[in-house]
Design a protein around this ligand. Structure first.
Ligand SMILES: Cc1cc2nc3c(=O)[nH]c(=O)nc-3n(C[C@H](O)[C@H](O)[C@H](O)COP(=O)(O)OP(=O)(O)OC[C@H]3O[C@@H](n4cnc5c(N)ncnc54)[C@H](O)[C@@H]3O)c2cc1C
Length: 371
């Protein structure tokens, strides 16, 4: 080992940044290909925007509300998770309110009794994960990337060396980290700059009153401030603790995101939700009221490609839902494609990347499921 590398605690083939769905499947695919992979995650928990908030006696999914078949990959993932007893059907009556008119329909959704982060934990099996470690800086150190990390509530890790890096984080966050390398990565930076995200605010309200709540499981609203409302306690959780999620529109979030007084924004959203759905007024006085800011909530302008990559100065790949879409299916497809591209770059293969098949995803899920 060259002397200047001796101070580094870990040297890996690939550092995957971001333990959302894209990063998790990417890291699994790379690990199953025999590479040494470390998955870096700035939060303590896994799953990114697939997120569950623990509340007194219950929980609420304040990110992804449920899993639905959106394409070939979710069509494979959902039955596998049902087989593992992690998901169950959530018979949702989806009501769409448009121009004051309500239309109801049943949709085949799946939820998890103890919260959807169970899905991320399952996908994380056998991965080496450094959670609570934010990637602060990435720079070239000879033939490797050097990653400087900022630890939360623990001793900082020494920098990490990796032969390749996959950035599986929202485009604006990737841009901040990669901008210092703009001279070496001009095309990649330009492509990331074209991607746009919209924010949203999520209000989580729980009650101790044991009354049954009247609204159907999910209501989508045609409203300037509100996007949808979901009755979390209908996901097979303790009905004695009714819990509502109220999701703001992106326009409302843009107005209130930087506010120091989110309490008034969450109270306003809850008040409007109760009024819009004609719900009992006591719902405006929850036992617990929390709000989550999603600065990068939804992709409003995605890239056409499933990943971005450069081989020089060193292998670097970008992935996430914003590569090719804006939902879970896109995040999974991008994570898989990014893994295949990383392998191609490490092998210095001149062959263009073939489309990743759903059979590969199926075999990846089989391997995770094996005890
Ligand atoms: C409120 C809400 C509801 C949604 N509902 C649905 C739904 O019902 N159906 C659907 O299909 N989609 C839904 N989506 C979209 C869905 O959540 C995303 O498409 C998908 O989860 C994106 O996964 P990802 O892995 O690309 O990114 P993310 O989930 O954002 O993962 C990125 C990860 O990177 C980490 N990270 C960022 N910067 C750093 C850093 N510097 N160092 C280390 N780690 C870092 C983050 O903490 C995060 O864990 C919803 C989104 C929101 C916000």
């Amino acid at each position: 080992m060259p002397e200047h590398e001796a101070q580094y605690e870990a040297q890996v083939d690939v550092a995957v940044v971001g333990a959302g769905l894209a990063g998790l499947v990417c890291a699994q695919r790379l690990r199953q290909a025999g590479l040494r992979v470390i998955l870096l995650e700035k939060s303590r928990g896994l799953g990114g925007r697939l997120a569950t908030r623990r509340l007194a006696g219950t929980c609420a999914d304040h990110g992804v509300r449920c899993l639905e078949v959106q394409g070939a990959l979710t069509a494979l993932l959902i039955p596998k998770l049902v087989e593992q007893n992690l998901l169950q059907p959530w018979l949702t009556q989806l009501t769409v309110v448009e121009a004051g008119q309500a239309r109801s329909a049943h949709r085949a959704c799946h939820s998890a009794i103890n919260g959807l982060t169970a899905v991320a934990k399952w996908l994380a099996a056998d991965l080496e994960i450094w959670s609570g470690q934010r990637l602060q800086q990435i720079a070239q150190a000879g033939t490797r990337w050097q990653l400087t990390l900022e630890a939360q509530n623990s001793a900082a890790q020494p920098p990490l060396l990796a032969s390749a890096v996959v950035m599986a984080i929202p485009a604006p966050q990737a841009l901040t980290l990669l901008e210092p390398l703009a001279a070496q990565l001009p095309d990649l930076i330009q492509a990331i700059q074209e991607v746009e995200f919209a924010p949203c605010l999520t209000v989580i309200a729980s009650y101790t009153a044991s009354a049954e709540l009247p609204p159907p499981a999910v209501q989508f609203l045609d409203d300037a401030n509100l996007a949808w409302i979901s009755l979390e306690s209908s996901k097979g959780r303790d009905p004695q603790i009714p819990t509502l999620i109220v999701q703001s529109s992106s326009a409302f979030a843009v107005q209130h995101l930087e506010s120091n007084d989110l309490k008034s924004a969450d109270g306003l959203l809850l008040h409007q939700a109760v009024a819009a759905l004609n719900l009992p007024r006591w719902l405006e006085q929850p036992a617990e009221l929390q709000v989550h800011r999603w600065r990068y909530g939804f992709v409003s302008q995605p890239l056409a490609a499933q990943y971005l990559s450069q081989s020089k100065p060193l292998p670097l790949v970008c992935a996430g839902d914003w590569c090719g879409g804006s939902n879970i299916e896109a995040a999974l497809a991008s994570g898989l494609a990014a893994a295949a591209e990383t392998i191609r770059l490490l092998e210095r293969s001149a062959e263009p990347l073939l489309e990743v098949s759903s059979a590969e995803f199926s075999s990846l899920l089989e391997q995770i499921a094996q005890p």
